[in-house]
Structures are given as C-alpha cells and as structure tokens.
Design a protein around this ligand. Sequence first.
Ligand code: IPD
Ligand code: CA
Length: 267
Amino acid sequence: MNTLSDTDLARRHDAALLIAAQAGDMALSMRPAPGDASITLKGAQDWLTEADGAVERFVAQRLAALFPEDGFHGEETGHARPGARRWVLDPIDGTSNYAHGGTRWCVSLGLIEERTPLLGVIAAPALGETYAACRGRGATLNGAAIRVSATTELARAIVECGWSPRRPSPDYVALCGRVMATGSMVRAGGSGALGLAEVAAGRLDGYVEMHINLWDVAAALAILAEAGAVVSDFMAGEGPSRGEPILAAAPGIVAALRAAAALADLA
Ligand code: IPD
Ligand code: CA
C-alpha cells in the first residue's frame, strides 16, 4: 500500500538522504578507536555503543518535526510512534564492526506503509557510500544507478551468510557448508543492511540469513526491489513483528541458492 502522492514520497526520500547523512556523520564522530575494550555488550556478540542511542534520538526527532503524521520504529526504542506508515531505523547496523573501530557499518533508514517498503537509505560514512531507492524510481549508489548481478552459476557466485547469536551456531555452520558445497565463495561481513545492499549493487550475488529483524532489512528491501533482486517475502508473515529468515539474490541463481540454503521457514 502507498497512500502518498509522488511529491510527498519524493519529499520523504530527500529528507531521508539528508537525515541519514547527518546521522552517519554523528556516528562517525563517536566511533570507538580500534582496540577500545570499553564497549558494552547487550548479550553474546551483541554490541551497544553510546552512538546507537544518540543517533536514534536524533533521527526520531528530525522525522517527528518534518513528518508528524508518520510513525517511527527504531531498533533501540521500539515502536516510539505507531502508524500504518512508519519509518524504520537501525541507528548503526554492523555494530560489531563499529565497536571495533572498523568501516563496515551503516545507518539504515526505511519507510514502510502497511507491508510495503516505500523507500530506503543506507549511509555508510566510513566507506563514503550511500545506497538509496524510492519505489518506482530505481536504486542508486552515491547517486549512480545500480543493478543486481547477471550471474547464472553458483560456482562463480559470492554469497554472504549472515550470522547472529539468535540461531544456534551448528545450524549456521551447516548453512555455510551447504552454500559452500555449491562452489560459491561464502562470506560474513557483519552488516545485514550492507550485505543486502551489495546484492542490489551486484557486488554480492546472494545473501541468506536464518533470522533477521525488520530494522536490519527495511531500507534494503526497497533498494533490492528497485535493483531487480529476487527476495523472499519477508514482509508477508511474522517478519515485521518477530523477524524471519531472508534470502535475496540475483535472478539467475536464486532458485539454486534457495535449494542449497534449504531453510524450511523461508517465505
Ligand atoms: C546485525 C548485523 C548482522 C546480521 C544480524 C544483525 P547489528 O545487526 O546486521 O550482520 O547478521 O542479523 O542483527 O547488531 O549490527 O545492528
Ligand atoms: Ca542491525
């Protein structure tokens, strides 16, 4: 569903680009130095930095001032403002990389109405890269159009298998093993949003994860759709509320990757 006019959607896209850039600069200025051991753990390998809260407050306030009629859902604060049309924010995705003073992390900001992704911006300031898309207008990386890869063989593909402590490690290792058995190169980059965006840009051929949350994928879903990727129907069932598995890939390998991944609960 999209009840916004083209003008209102474009206004939101422009605002999202600006706010994500400012949020990214804020996060970059707060990034811990490599080797800093003072960062808090929410749980095993689940990192929390001061920047997560600061970035989320900043983005929530800016959006509330510009679009008071829209809802807001952030990773740190939850459903701060309910609404059928809502902004979904991951203030820092790739927190483990960020907490280690690395570069592979991003601010991910999407707009969803009911179950339809309308736009997405993924700003990765330490990489100098911003992915963006608006429904019906294509997907871009730093303003240039992007498209999924033309790969047709898993044996020539790079596939990211996203990892989180929310699923048992032996299941993750088995998933990696099944994907590796196809001849694909397997990697885990620590940011689901950036991994999915790289599928949209043809830098990766596929991305698969056993469980991922809405704030990790909200922006990427709009970008993947506009770039021609085939994506499991994350928004159909419990995805928006409890998270779901996800599989996104170039059309030429999606069937084979889906068979290899063999995730029973994939929509
Ligand atoms: C995590 C990362 C990771 C993905 C997990 C996410 P965080 O988010 O995106 O790559 O595999 O599912 O939870 O903790 O960096 O915000
Ligand atoms: Ca995340």
